[in-house]
Structure formats: structure tokens, C-alpha cells
Design a protein around this ligand. Structure first.
Ligand code: TPP
Ligand code: MG
Length: 655
């Protein structure tokens, strides 16, 4: 009988061959799995890849898959925590992580939304400096995480993103890829947000990891790094891969600015000036001692970006607190009246410099920054390219050596600024002493946001609790109120102002090497963007409290619409939500009603703190026209129907 291609005998023969092949593959996979587990145990036992290599427990040459080389490379860089929503685009990486977790070398936190994963990883880096990687599938999951990574990009937080990607053989469309007949569309998308690399070829792994190291561990301008993992290269085998190729170490930071002429020029300009304002951005957060000396030397006052609260003590006489579109009476006065601006580590975001109209009387700028674009943002600038603290130290030395005549008592500038600060404190006090107002929607007296935030942040400060702020009125009122004396007390995500960041950030409490307790101040709008924290927080042991200030609307936007057009539109709904029951439905979450008075709220916070894990306090808050219900806005902003006037002013100032 002739054996044709589709005869029963031919079929049996082919099946037999297949079975043999399956057995061979299975045997190879079992032995590969055993060697993988051995490598994982060696790294875990030695404490690091380097030590394991040095001890010889981890052989220098190994046969491993690209996904495993990636995990070893990340371990080499101190990335041990992975926050993941797995999908068909990342199963191979998942299998590697499973084995390494079993050995105790890594930890994966599986969560329910990729944006929340990104927020948690960003918060971890921000609060503790520890690194994490966000792992997603291809397509929608990656896009969720990419959106969330706007926080890492805006606030300069080094975070790894490991995204599943389409196969490199282009055998046809992959489910969830961007449906275009083009190469590397995800890569192009990610590259617009930050630095990105596609692991198209296994041999490129060391270079990819080095690019990531430079982005994530950049000493001044860290950010997200997107590593795209094609589904067919993740399991590709690297034969005799040299583990010594995996990059490590830290990119070196800049020192003090090196330009002696610029220091002299700055000193001359500062001596001529009468009203110096020092704007401190995120880059100046840790330059407190140098700033204090500088302020005395130049008779200046400081205005802080929301990111930099605590750079100098709240009560310091030269601290004029925040300034900008929301701002404060004293901060905005100092900006408005100054004749010389010293910009320290700031990128002049619209909210903090009134869309470039913040300094109408400034004749000269001394700018200290590590980034050239930010450094030369304003005109008439003496540019000092260098680290904020180190450069200020040098500049202080130059100023001291100028031996100016000692000042007699308080200058007129400081006196006027301090009078405005007293005005601001009285303005706030008036609101804090009227903590409750009648609210139409709640049909009764409820707390105002300022009163609730003041009580909660005072409580947090007293108890060493880290406060996170979500977007909206909650955030704006928050940075107008906080009374930080040092950096690291408040984390307000004003870079991207991403609704849902604060509540998601609480997962970082479960990821940190040294545990901490977090308080997420959030609005009803922001909380419902990322309620997944209720489940993920319980699953992974988050320790913190969600303080939900519920005004039954997206209040910040209603208020903006009202201020601009006198009409509120589509920023509220009529659905009543019982958030205490909603949170209480998740086993492990302590759900508390926060009441309608400061005393009740403080009791609820104590009760929450007494609970080991995650809690949620619901507080109905006032929304309405009473000026005592908010903290006001004091600056200009290039949005809505303010655009024409703001832009005209910007060009008139011409800074
Ligand atoms: C993800 C996201 N979408 C939209 C916005 C624009 N936005 C800023 S604040 C805000 C409303 C916030 O509402 P809520 O959290 O309830 O706080 P409230 O202003 O009411 O205190 C919106 C829609 C944003 N910042 N982030
Ligand atoms: Mg709201």
C-alpha cells in the first residue's frame, strides 16, 4: 500500500514523531526549569546577582531564556518587586517570576488595574527610593500602564515598565496589537512618553538593560523606561549567555555649577536687587540648609511649589508658602512684587508660575537647574547648570566673600511679605474656625474641605503618617494648607495631577522594605477612578487609610466652570453611593463613617489607625458658593476664557 500524505498510517507516523518531540521538549524544559530554580536559589542565598557570581554559586555562563536574563538583569539593578496584571503577552515572564519568587529572590504583587500598578510603583520610588517594575500584557493593559506612567514622567520617578509586545516574525496580526500594517507601533507610542526599547533580538538584552538603567536611575531627571517584550522572544533561548554582561552601578550626578563668571554675575545681580523671590521646585526639595543661608544673604523670601513643601520649615519667617494659579496671599504677593527671581530646580509648570505671568516685575533671573531647557526657560537669565544644594553652597560662598554691609533689622521687603503671610494665616484661620456649612445635597451641615484637610493633615503630621493627595479641590486645598517642616511628609502628585494616584499609592505601603502608614486624601471622583486598591490593598497587606472627601461631584472642575463661565456643566451626577457599604463589602477593609464634625473625623482617623490594614473613612463635604467653603485662587492661568488676557500679559511682561 502506498502511503499518501493523509492516509491513516501517515497520520499515525506523524503523531508518533510529534509525541517523541513533545517528550524531548518536556525533558529539556524540566532540566531547564531545574537550572532556572538553581540560579534563583543562588541569587536569593547570596543576596545579589553580583555576590552569587563572585561566590561561583551562579555560573558565569548560562543557557537561559531571554525573559530569565531580563529578570536577572533587573535583580542586578536592585529591582525585586513586580506589580503585574499578566496576560497572554507576558506568560513567559510570569513563569520566570514564579520560579524566582519561590526561591525568595523577587516578589510579584498581582493587581487589578495597570494604571493602579503604575501609581503604586511610582509612589514606592517617590517615598522610599525603592525601584519596582510594572508588568503588563500586550495592548490594553500596556496602554493602561502607559497612561499611568505620565506620573513617573512628570514627577521624575524612575520606574520600569515591562510590556508584552507583538511577535517579531510578523506571522499575522496578534490579538490586541495596534491594527496597522506597520512595525513597532507600540515602541513609537512609548517613545513619545519616555525612553523605550523593544527586545526584538535576544542578544540585545544587556544594551536594553543599560538604557533602562540610565533612564530609571538618572540622578536628576529619572523617568519611566519601557521595555517591550515580543511574545516570541521572551522564551527564546540564549546559549552560553555571559551574566557578567548585565549592567549595574549608578549614573554619576552633576556637582555644583562650574561657571565662575556666572556666579560673579549672579552675585552682582543679587546685590542690585531689592526684592528677591526664590522659587523652589522639586529639584530644590533637599536643599533646605543651603536655601536658608541663601535667603538671609540675599534678603529673599521663598515660594514653594506644591512638590517642595517642607523644603524649609513651615513657620520660617522667610517662607511664603505656595504661589501660582491657586497659590496663597503671601506666595503670590512675593511673586507679583519681586524684582529678581531665583529659580531653584523648577520646571515652571503653569499652575506654579501663572502660565508665565507670575513675575511681572522681575528684571533678572538667576536659574539653578540640572536640565538645560528648564535652566533657560526664562529670558534675562544667569544660568547655573548644576545640583541645587551644591550650587547654592558655592553661590553662598561667593556672596559671603562680597562682604556687603550688614543689614539693620528687618528690610521693608521682608516686613511687607510677612504682613501678607499674617493675612494668609488669618484668612485660613477664619475658614478653620467655621468648619461646617449647610450643604444642599447633603441636606444638612457638613465639614468643609479646608476644615477636614486641616484636621487630617495635622493628625498625619503628629502621627508620622505619610499623606498622599489626589487631584481636584482636595489637592489644591491640600497644598494651600499643609504645614510641613521637612520633605517627605506630603506627596501631592501635581506633575500629572492624576485622579486615582493617591489611593493607588497606598499599595506602596505593602511594597516598601521598611513599612510605613499612608493616608490618601481623595475626592469621590478620584477614588472611583481606582477603587481596585480596596482589593489589592487587602490582598498584599497595605497599611493605610483612604480619606474620601465626598462632595458628590468633580468639584474642582465645577468651580472652574463657575469661575469662568458662570455655569456648571456635566461635572456631577445624581447617583447616591454609600461608600461605607461599598468599602465594607471587601473583607479586610475597615469602613468608617467620618461624621460631620472635626471631632468625629479625628476619632475616625484614630479608629482607622488602630486597624492593622486598610481602611476607608467617608466624609461628606460642602460644595457651594460660600467663600468659607474653600481657600480661593490668587493667580492667573492660561485656560478657558482667561486665555486672551493671560497671554497678552505674558507677552507684555516678556520674560
Ligand atoms: C485621570 C484624570 N482625569 C481627569 C482629570 C481632570 N480633573 C482634575 S480634578 C477633577 C475632578 C476631581 O474630582 P474629585 O476627585 O471628586 O475632587 P474634588 O475636586 O471634588 O474635590 C478632574 C475631572 C484629572 N486630573 N485626572
Ligand atoms: Mg468630588
Amino acid at each position: 500500500m502506498t502511503v499518501t500524505a493523509n492516509s491513516p498510517r501517515a497520520y499515525r507516523e506523524v503523531e508518533g514523531e510529534r509525541e517523541m518531540a513533545r517528550k524531548t521538549i518536556h525533558k529539556r524544559q524540566s532540566s531547564a526549569l531545574a537550572s532556572r530554580a538553581r540560579r534563583a536559589r543562588a541569587v536569593a542565598a547570596a543576596g545579589s546577582v553580583e555576590q552569587a557570581l563572585e561566590a561561583g554559586s551562579l555560573p558565569r555562563f548560562a543557557e537561559l531564556t531571554l525573559a530569565e536574563a531580563l529578570v536577572l538583569g533587573l535583580l542586578r539593578q536592585g529591582v525585586r518587586t513586580f506589580v503585574a496584571v499578566f496576560g497572554h503577552g507576558s506568560t513567559d515572564l510570569g513563569e520566570v517570576l514564579r520560579v524566582y519568587q519561590e526561591a525568595g529572590a523577587v516578589r510579584t504583587l498581582n493587581v487589578r488595574h495597570e494604571t493602579a500598578a503604575s501609581h503604586a510603583a511610582a509612589a514606592l520610588r517617590w517615598v522610599t527610593g525603592e525601584k519596582a517594575a510594572v508588568v503588563t500584557s500586550i495592548g490594553p493593559g500596556a496602554l493602561h500602564a502607559l497612561a499611568g506612567s505620565l506620573v513617573a514622567a512628570s514627577d521624575r520617578l524612575g520606574v520600569w515598565y515591562l510590556f508584552g509586545d507583538e511577535t517579531t516574525e510578523d506571522e499575522g496580526f496578534n490579538m490586541q496589537q495596534i491594527p496597522k500594517h506597520e512595525q513597532q507601533v507600540f515602541l513609537r507610542l512609548c517613545s513619545a512618553m519616555g525612553e523605550a526599547y523593544c527586545l526584538h533580538t535576544p542578544g540585545s538584552i544587556a544594551t536594553a538593560l543599560n538604557r533602562g538603567l540610565l533612564a530609571v536611575d538618572h540622578p536628576h531627571r529619572a523617568g519611566p523606561f519601557y521595555l517591550l517584550l515580543p511574545m516570541n522572544t521572551q522564551p527564546a533561548r540564549l546559549r552560553r549567555f555571559n551574566l557578567a554582561e548585565l549592567p549595574g552601578g549608578n549614573p554619576p550626578p552633576l556637582g555644583a555649577a562650574a561657571d565662575a563668571a556666572a556666579y560673579r554675575q549672579a552675585a552682582v545681580a543679587l546685590r542690585k536687587a531689592r526684592r528677591v523671590v526664590v522659587k523652589v521646585g522639586g529639584g530644590g526639595r533637599f536643599a533646605g540648609p543651603e536655601l536658608l543661608e541663601f535667603l538671609e544673604l540675599v534678603d529673599g523670601v521663598a515660594v514653594l511649589s506644591p512638590l517642595a513643601t517642607g523644603a524649609i520649615a513651615f513657620a520660617h519667617p522667610r517662607n511664603m508658602l505656595v504661589g501660582g494659579s491657586k497659590g496663597s496671599i503671601c506666595g503670590n504677593y512675593a511673586m507679583e512684587e519681586s524684582d529678581l527671581l531665583v529659580a531653584v530646580g523648577t520646571r515652571a509648570v503653569c499652575q506654579s508660575d501663572c502660565s508665565r505671568t507670575g513675575y511681572p516685575g522681575v528684571k533678572a533671573v538667576v536659574n539653578i537647574n540640572t536640565e538645560r531647557h528648564d535652566l533657560l526657560h526664562y529670558g534675562r537669565t544667569v544660568a547655573l547648570l548644576g545640583d541645587a544644594a551644591l550650587t547654592l553652597r558655592e553661590l553662598n560662598g561667593v556672596l559671603r566673600s562680597c562682604k556687603a554691609a550688614p543689614r539693620q533689622g528687618e528690610s521693608a521687603w521682608l516686613r511687607r511679605c510677612r504682613a501678607r503671610r499674617r493675612e494668609w494665616e488669618a484668612f485660613k484661620r477664619k475658614r478653620f474656625s467655621t468648619p461646617c456649612l449647610f450643604d444642599e445635597r447633603w441636606k444638612g451641615n457638613v465639614l468643609t474641605q479646608p476644615a477636614a484637610i486641616k484636621a487630617a493633615t495635622d493628625w498625619a503630621r503628629k502621627n508620622g503618617v505619610v499623606a498622599f493627595f489626589d487631584a481636584g479641590d482636595v489637592q489644591a486645598n491640600g497644598f494651600q494648607i499643609v504645614e510641613d517642616d521637612r520633605p517627605g511628609c506630603t506627596f501631592t502628585e501635581t506633575g500629572a495631577s492624576y485622579m486615582g494616584f493617591a489611593v493607588s499609592a497606598l499599595l506602596a505601603t505593602a511594597m516598601a522594605g521598611k513599612p510605613f502608614y499612608g493616608l490618601a486624601l481623595t475626592g469621590d471622583g478620584s477614588f472611583t477612578m481606582n477603587p481596585q486598591i480596596l482589593i489589592d490593598g487587602v490582598e498584599h497587606g497595605a497599611t493605610g487609610c483612604i480619606l474620601l472627601l465626598d462632595n458628590r461631584r468633580m468639584g474642582a472642575i465645577s468651580a472652574l466652570q463657575e469661575a469662568q463661565y458662570g455655569q456648571v456643566y456635566a461635572t456631577a451626577d445624581e447617583v447616591e453611593v454609600d461608600y461605607v457599604r461599598l468599602a465594607g463589602a471587601v473583607k479586610g477593609v475597615k469602613a468608617i463613617s467620618g461624621g460631620r464634625t472635626v471631632a468625629e473625623l479625628t476619632r475616625a482617623l484614630e479608629q482607622a489607625r488602630g486597624h492593622q490594614g486598610l481602611s476607608l473613612i467617608h466624609v461628606p463635604v460642602y460644595y457651594g458658593p460660600d467663600p468659607l467653603g474653600g481657600l480661593g485662587a490668587f493667580g492667573r492661568w492660561n485656560v478657558g476664557n482667561w486665555v486672551e488676557e493671560t497671554q497678552a500679559l505674558r507677552h507684555r511682561i516678556g520674560l
